[in-house]
Design a protein around this ligand. Structure first.
Ligand SMILES: Nc1nc2c(ncn2[C@@H]2O[C@H](COP(=O)(O)OP(=O)(O)OP(=O)(O)O)[C@@H](O)[C@H]2O)c(=O)[nH]1
Length: 513
């Protein structure tokens, strides 16, 4: 069994995933071998060994247990070359082949810890020449018999470059810092992480970064420190201090990644810009066509069609716009047609409201409105105005002799003769029954009477025999042309009086003042 490897029984009792120091019994047993035997415990060569006295044969060849910490040997313990070593002399041959213990922590050894060239190393001072070449792996944990020294050695091993704090719980005493696999070599560069080791009271045992030995870990560091547990008891804390320091190769790789990232971002930005410019140009052209079409619609040209390209949203918008424009134009045309129809019908209704259905002349209501207007204008402009009332002679006899229908035909023919032979500025209406009224603007009385006489002659000479062989039709008229009467209504009353006089005078004649 190589030195430093605990007995099988001890190893079996240890958890495979955590570091456990040797049992107290082992520790005591080993330590007891370096002090004087108890009084009265003299032993002979065959006496059972309890650690006092020379080891049995073969033990010396293995060399002493590698305690490196302790005071000077007890008084009177003079040792020869074969005396058990306590770390105060060169190790026996073959000891160096086991590899160093706890390398990785530089700095001088504690005061008073003078060591010989073969003394077990505790991590302070450079290793012997060629040691790293022979065994690059971190040392095994301290032998179980060394107790607290073994714990320190194991803890120092955990603090080596590349070691993880939780590795203390993962590897057994005879395993490497990372189990059975050697730690990755990182060349001669700085360790990737720095660790600070503190005892259970958070007092720094092994400094690093901003912490010195003896400092107290601040609360912030304590929160993230990883405990080192021995037999369910926290014996120390490991705190990671500082950021990882990549190797030159790793830094190159990181730089290359950053360069690739920045070039990728730059390329993406350029592509996005170009794509945006192209899209904006196409979009601008499409929207320009739509804008022109909308302006055309605003001017009243509702039927607008824009070019549809592709199948994107702009094309869908152009298609929808074309459909909307066509529907809007059709609706507008239908609305215009309906409006024209309504206006026509309104005009027809208006005509019906102001005209006589039998003769198609204006009716009395319309004549009264227009006669007032003409009267006011004549008064304002002091212009002549003549108003005339006409009545068919013995019309009752016509109805009675030739039928009521013949009487209607006579009324229509008389109305047509009156309308045909008057000026457009003159006004004629059927006043009721067989009565007609006329207004002659800009016409003095004598001229109006002459016109009325002409009309009377035309009615009398009309070929009524075509309506009925024995039919004779004449008309009597009263003409009044003095606006001094005061109103159109008064003038009509005066004209009606003259009509009555014409009737009384024998009919078929014109009377005026
Ligand atoms: N056919 C027809 N007859 C009408 C219409 N309106 C009124 N009449 C008739 O016209 C006749 C008018 O007769 P009157 O008022 O006595 O006058 P007149 O017979 O013409 O006698 P004078 O005026 O004195 O010459 C009445 O018989 C009415 O019925 C009409 O629209 N159509």
């Amino acid at each position: 069994m190589p030195e430093g490897t605990p007995p099988a029984s001890d190893r079996d009792a240890q958890s495979p995933g955590a570091y456990h120091p040797p049992s107290d019994g082992r520790e005591r047993g080993r330590r007891e071998g370096y002090g004087p035997p108890p009084e009265g415990r003299e032993r002979g060569p065959g006496a059972p060994r309890d650690g006092y006295g020379p080891p049995p044969e073969g033990r010396d060849q293995r060399g002493p247990r590698g305690e490196g910490f302790g005071g000077p040997p007890p008084e009177g313990r003079e040792r020869g070359p074969g005396a058990p070593r306590e770390g105060y002399g060169p190790p026996p041959e073959g000891r160096d082949q086991r590899g160093p213990r706890g390398e990785g922590f530089g700095g001088p050894p504690p005061e008073g810890r003078e060591r010989g060239p073969g003394a077990p190393r505790d991590g302070y001072g450079p290793p012997p020449a060629g040691r790293e070449q022979r065994d690059p792996r971190p040392p095994h944990p301290a032998p179980a018999a060394r107790g607290d020294d073994a714990q320190r050695a194991s803890i120092r091993a955990a603090g080596e470059p590349g070691a993880r704090p939780d590795a203390l719980h993962e590897r057994g005493p005879e395993r490497g810092p990372r189990g059975d696999q050697p730690p990755p070599r990182r060349g001669d560069g700085p360790p990737p992480f720095r660790f600070v080791l503190a005892d259970a009271d958070h007092k720094v045992l092994l400094g690093g970064g901003q912490f010195r030995v003896g400092d107290m870990l601040p609360e912030s560091a304590r929160a993230t420190a990883r405990p080192i547990i021995v037999k369910d008891k926290t014996v120390a804390y490991v705190y990671s201090d500082g950021a990882p320091t990549p190797t030159a190769q790793e830094q190159k790789y990181i730089d290359a990644l950053y360069n690739s990232l920045w070039w990728g971002i730059a390329a993406a930005a350029i592509l996005a810009t170009l794509l945006g410019v192209l899209l904006s140009r196409g979009l601008s052209r499409s929207l320009s066509g739509l804008t022109q079409a909308v302006k055309g619609m605003h001017k009243g040209e509702l039927r607008q069609q824009v070019e549809v390209k592709g199948k994107d949203e702009v094309a869908a918008l152009a298609t929808a716009f074309n459909e909307m424009s066509e529907q809007l134009a059709q609706s507008h045309e239908e609305l215009n047609a309906s409006h024209a129809t309504i206006m026509q019908q309104a005009e027809q209704l208006r005509e019906l409201s102001i005209r006589d259905a039998l003769t198609q002349l204006y009716n009395r209501r319309h004549f009264d409105e227009q006669a007032n207007t003409l009267f006011n204008q004549a008064v304002r402009h002091k212009r002549p105005l003549a108003l005339v009332i006409c009545d068919i002679d013995h019309f009752k006899k016509i109805n009675d002799t030739y039928s009521h229908a013949t009487g209607d035909v006579v009324l229509r023919h008389v109305g047509a003769i009156l309308r045909k032979h008057m000026r457009l500025s003159d006004l004629v209406a059927r006043y009721g029954g067989e009565e007609f009224v006329m207004a002659f603007p800009e016409t003095p009385g004598p001229q109006a009477a002459a016109l009325c006489d002409k009309l009377r002659t035309l009615i009398e000479s009309y070929p009524w025999h075509e309506v009925h062989p024995d039919l004779k039709v004449t008309m009597s008229m009263g003409v009044y042309a003095d606006i001094a009467a005061g109103s159109a209504e008064t003038m009509l009353q005066k004209a009606d009086a003259l009509l009555y006089r014409a009737k009384e005078s024998g009919r078929n004649r014109v009377c005026f003042t």
